[in-house]
Design a protein around this ligand. Sequence first.
Ligand code: NAD
Ligand code: G6P
Ligand code: MN
Length: 442
Amino acid sequence: MTKKQIITIAGGGSTYTPGIIQAVLNNADRLPLSEIRLYDIDEQRNDDMYLIIQYMLKKEGFKDVVISSTEDPEKAFTGSDFIFSQIRVGGMKMREKDEKIPLNHGLVGQETCGLGGFAYGMRSMNGLLEIVGYVQEYAPNAWILNYTNPESIVSEAVRRQYPKAKMINACDMTISIEETIAVNYGYDRKNWIPTYYGLNHFGWYTSIYDKELKRDVMPEIIEKLTTQEMEVADFNAGDKTWQEAFSMMSVITKNFPQNIPNNYLEYYLYPDMVVEHADKDYTRANMVMEGREKNTKEMAEKIRDGATEDILNFNFGEHGQYIVDMATSLLNDERRRFMLIVPNQGAIPNLRADAVVEVPAYVGATGVEPISLREPISDFHKGLMEAQVAAEKLLVDAYFEGSYQKALQAFTLNQTVPNARVAKNILDEMIEANKEYWPKLV
Ligand code: NAD
Ligand code: G6P
Ligand code: MN
C-alpha cells in the first residue's frame, strides 16, 4: 500500500488552487492523500483558500484528509511529499505593471514574454529560490512540481543555485493547445504521442502520432488551422483573450506551415499586431483581477456567510490534471510522457547544451527522462531560440551578479525589442517600479 501523501501548495492563495485540488481528489486512487497544506505569504488569501478547500473536502467526502494553511515555511514543508509551486511574486498589481509599462513604450506587454516577462522573472527568481531553499532544508526528499512563471528564467536560476534539487518544471500550455486542437477538429487527445521542442512559451510541434489512427496527424491539423480558426476549449473556454491567442495560431501557421506553433510565439513573430490590438489601460491583469480573483474572494465570502449551495465557481481542466499526473507518475512509476522544461544536454543536438529547453520527457520513479530529438533543428528556429536563450541567460546573470549592464544587454536582446534606447528607458522604469522586489543593480 502506498503511503498516504502530504501535499503542500506553495502559493496556496492562488486562484488555480481549487482546480488543482479538484484534480487531486479526482485521482485519490492513484494519489492517496493524508494532508493538504496551503503555504502563502498573504494570510488573507491563504485563509480564503482554506475555507474553499475545506468546503471541497467535505463536499467530496474526504473526512480524514487534514487541511491547514500557514505562512510558516517550517510547518508548511516539514514531512511534505510533494510541493506544488505556483507563486506570483508581487501579485496581480505587479503583473499589471509588467504589462502596462512596455505597452506605454509601444512594445508587447505580457506576463511571461517580452520585457514584462523579464521584469516578472527578476521578481520571481527571488521568491522561487527561497521556496526551493526551504524545501532543501525541511523536506529534502520531497518533489517540487513547479508551475511558477516565467518558467524558462526561474528554471535557469534554480539550475544554477540548486542543481541537484528534486524539481520538475512544467507548463500547461502544450496540453491546453493539444486539447483545443483535438476538441475543435474531432480527435481524441488520449491517443496522441506529440513531439515538440523549444523554450518555454517558445516552441513548435514536429509531429503528433495518433495511436488509433496509426498516422502522424500534424500535417492534416496544419491544413485545418490554415482554413478554419479554432474556438478556445478546456479551462479557458469562452475567454476573449485566449480566443485571440488561439486565432493567432492560424496566422502563424499560414505563414510558417512546417510546424504547429506554440501560440505564445505571436509575441515574438507579430509584436506589431499584438500591440495594435492591446488596450494599454486595461490589460490581462485587469481581466484576471475582475474575473478569477473576484470569483475566489466571493466563494470564501459565501462560505463565511454560511451559504451551502452553489458556492464553487472556478475553472477546472487540464491544468490541475497535468500536475497531478506528474505526481502519480513519480509515485507509481507510471512513466507518462509530458512536455518538460529541462537542461538541454543534447536533447536538441545543435542547440547549446546549457540552454533550458522544453521537450518531451518520461516521468517515473527515478525522476525525469527527457527524449533526444536526434535531428538538428532548422536555422530559423535555432536563430530565434539562440537569441532568446542568450537574453534569458543575461537576465539571470544580472540577477545573481547584481549587474545593470547585464540587465540592459538582456533587455536589448529580447526579441520583442527594436533598439537599445527603448530597452534602457523601459529597464529604468522597471527598476523604479520593482524597487521592493528586484536585487539592486549597479
Ligand atoms: P495569484 O496571484 O492568483 O496567486 C499566487 C499566490 O502566490 C498569491 O496568493 C500570493 O500571495 C502568493 N505568493 C507570492 N509570493 C509568494 C512567496 N514568495 N511565497 C509564497 N507565496 C507567495 O497568481 P496565479 O494567477 O494563480 O498564478 C500563480 C503562478 O502560476 C504564476 O507564476 C503564474 O504565472 C503561474 N502559472 C503557470 C502556469 C504554467 O503553465 N506554468 C499556468 C498557470 C499559472
Ligand atoms: C497559460 C500559460 C501560463 C500562464 C497562463 C496565464 O496557462 O501556460 O504560463 O501563466 O496561461 O493565464 P491568465 O489567465 O492568468 O492570463
Ligand atoms: Mn506556461
